[in-house]
Design a protein around this ligand. Sequence first.
Ligand code: SF4
Length: 246
Amino acid sequence: MSGLARELWRLPAVSLAPSAIEILTAELRQRLRLVTGAHAGVRFASSMAAEDMVLVDAIATSGVPIEIFTIDTGRLHEETVRMVEVTERHYGILIGRAAAPEQEVRAFVENHGLNGFYESEDAKKACCHARKVVPLNLALAGAGAWITGQRREQAVTRTELGLAEHDEARGIAKYNPLFDWSQDAVWSYLQHRNVPLHPLHRQGYPSIGCEPCTRAIRADEDLRAGRWWWLRQESKECGLHLNAAQ
Ligand code: SF4
């Protein structure tokens, strides 16, 4: 293994010209207006990581009526909790907190132990269900549509992603306005528009989830290698984006 490969992942170099970013920005805003024109009660669950910060910036600076919230799993990095506050101050907005219900979390801990998600794929699914899926479902109750920061390039599980889909489990529309964005587009946008950056991105984390289930990655690893690193690639979804009954 070369010395370069052993290095931690770093913020990607950016190459898009300001004019190209302006075009992308206009197109993104148009996509968001398309969603809010078609649905009342559009909501966005933000992890505060790079792609989601592109969307936070686009929503906050364009004034489209999309409610932003974050899922408080109770196992987030302290940096993520602070990032929510930093973002609220930066844009002068309020970000909702969808907390995992106590009884769901207690049931998981009683059955599997606090960190039981390391023991099996089923236990990991159960924890994500209690701490992520249930609060997401509650936060999306009554929504007309929700949007996500997913991109095709991010994972083998996302190569078929499109702009619009139907979230069958929740019975609402779902949009992925960044579905065709490249990594370069995301980071060029963030840099060009001085968007607040989650501090863990500067510590080798391209993708950020719960603290016990996310690690920094090396420069030569898959971008989602640091998420649930003990599982197979195909298992690296937390249930938020699965269309099966949760
Ligand atoms: S990412 Fe880990 S700690 Fe967070 S909900 Fe899923 S299994 Fe639990």
